[in-house]
Design a protein around this ligand. Structure first.
Ligand code: F6R
Length: 369
């Protein structure tokens, strides 16, 4: 049932191009518009919204953090992202003009369920993004957009995360489409790029051998840091979470712009630091800033592991290890930049003799608060 792979996690990582394609299937029409019939919240109501609030836990929360960049950019609606476990205990401001998006692979996470119940009590509409048909969270929501990742068996989430991202982009683009924004042309272009993105995920998977070799060489380390900016920041958090869960190593993700506000004090000789570099096109100012960050940490002895777009030559002089990812639109980059981090964590766990599919102390779905 592992389809020739040693672990479900490896199988599920390999299934990501298909999971992404399946999640897009039937949702983009021939004219390049989105048809999200499942979002049974009428266009008039969507036009009335004044904010979006995303609630989720763990990896799904990281998908939500990325969604915020997309939703705010394409719809100009304010978007808050909150850990479901914190949400309802702080008396959040919600009303019928707030759209609450609950993201959950299992559809059974108690914290997320309690958050959505609280939101509905305040009169907000809840849209679930979920991978499990008929589970509790979609049943208790006003509408559901299913991710079509197929069953995810490994405790650490991989393909579900990528499909959650796809679903979040679809929601963001759909809201943009329905509400109409000045980004109409960009939205059409991104829908086209999204429809081809599974090929890019496939290409990343074909180049992972050096990442595995690097991971094995770091098996004796205690700490790995992850840096990113913009949508690369949640990717850094996700890379760190995967490493904690699987390799039981101390791993932390930081926004690269925060380095000088504290984390740079952690840098010491030969400390592995993974840096997710934004595209040099588009928001190129961020790219240049992160290249300076890489220089700064390397000057202090860090071993830099740089994830950068094909053709981005500016990073080459400062990268001890360079991992290339395909060129994508800025906001879609997490779909390709997360993959090497999954492979990295999985291989490090194996090298350390850990149980990859069933890490200690963890459960696949957390049905208690
Ligand atoms: C990380 C992981 C967890 C889950 C979290 C939410 O690899 O698997 O952090 O993402 O427990 O679970 P769902 O998405 O089922 O609500």
């Amino acid at each position: 049932e592992k389809g020739g792979y040693d672990y479900f996690m490896l199988k599920e990582i390999a299934e990501q191009p298909k999971a992404v394609a399946d999640t897009l299937l039937g949702r983009i029409d021939a004219a390049g518009s989105l048809t999200l019939d499942e979002v049974r919240i009428g266009a008039a109501e969507l036009r009335e919204l004044d904010k979006v609030v995303i609630v989720a836990c763990g990896t799904a929360f990281h998908a939500g953090l990325i969604a915020k960049y997309a939703i705010e950019h394409w719809t100009r609606l304010p978007c808050e992202v909150e850990l479901a476990s914190e949400f309802r205990y702080r008396d959040p401001i919600l009303d019928p003009r707030s759209l609450v998006v609950a993201i959950s692979q299992s559809g059974e996470t108690m914290d997320t369920l309690m958050a959505l119940r609280h939101a509905r009590e305040q009169g907000s509409k809840v849209l679930a993004i979920c991978n499990t048909n008929g589970s509790t969270i979609p049943r208790e929501s006003d509408a559901v957009l299913y991710t079509h990742a197929g069953p995810e068996v490994a405790v650490a989430s991989t393909k579900a995360f990528l499909t959650q991202l796809v679903a979040c982009y679809l929601v963001a683009l759909y809201l943009g489409q329905v509400r109409g924004t000045k980004w109409g042309d960009e939205i059409r272009a991104v829908i086209r790029d999204l429809s081809r993105i599974s090929g890019a995920v496939e290409r990343v998977l074909e180049t992972m051998e050096p990442v595995r070799a690097l991971a094995r060489s770091l098996a004796g380390k205690k700490t790995v840091l992850f840096l990113g900016r913009h949508v690369g920041y949640p990717v850094a958090l996700e890379g760190a979470l995967k490493l904690k869960e699987l390799a039981y190593m101390h791993a932390e993700g930081f926004a690269a712009g925060e380095l000088k506000h504290g984390p740079i004090a952690l840098i010491e000789e030969d400390l592995p630091v993974v840096v997710v570099v934004p595209s040099p096109r588009g928001r190129s100012v961020l790219h240049d800033k992160i290249v300076s960050n890489i220089q700064e940490i390397r000057a202090r002895g860090a071993r830099t592991i740089v994830i950068a777009e094909e053709g981005d030559d500016a990073v080459v002089p400062y990268a001890d290890h360079l991992i290339r990812i395909p060129v994508t639109p800025t906001l879609l980059q997490p779909l390709v930049s997360t993959v090497p981090l999954q492979v990295f964590a999985c291989e490090l766990a194996t090298a350390r003799g850990n149980e990859v599919d069933q890490p200690r102390n963890l459960a696949k779905s957390v049905t208690v608060e």
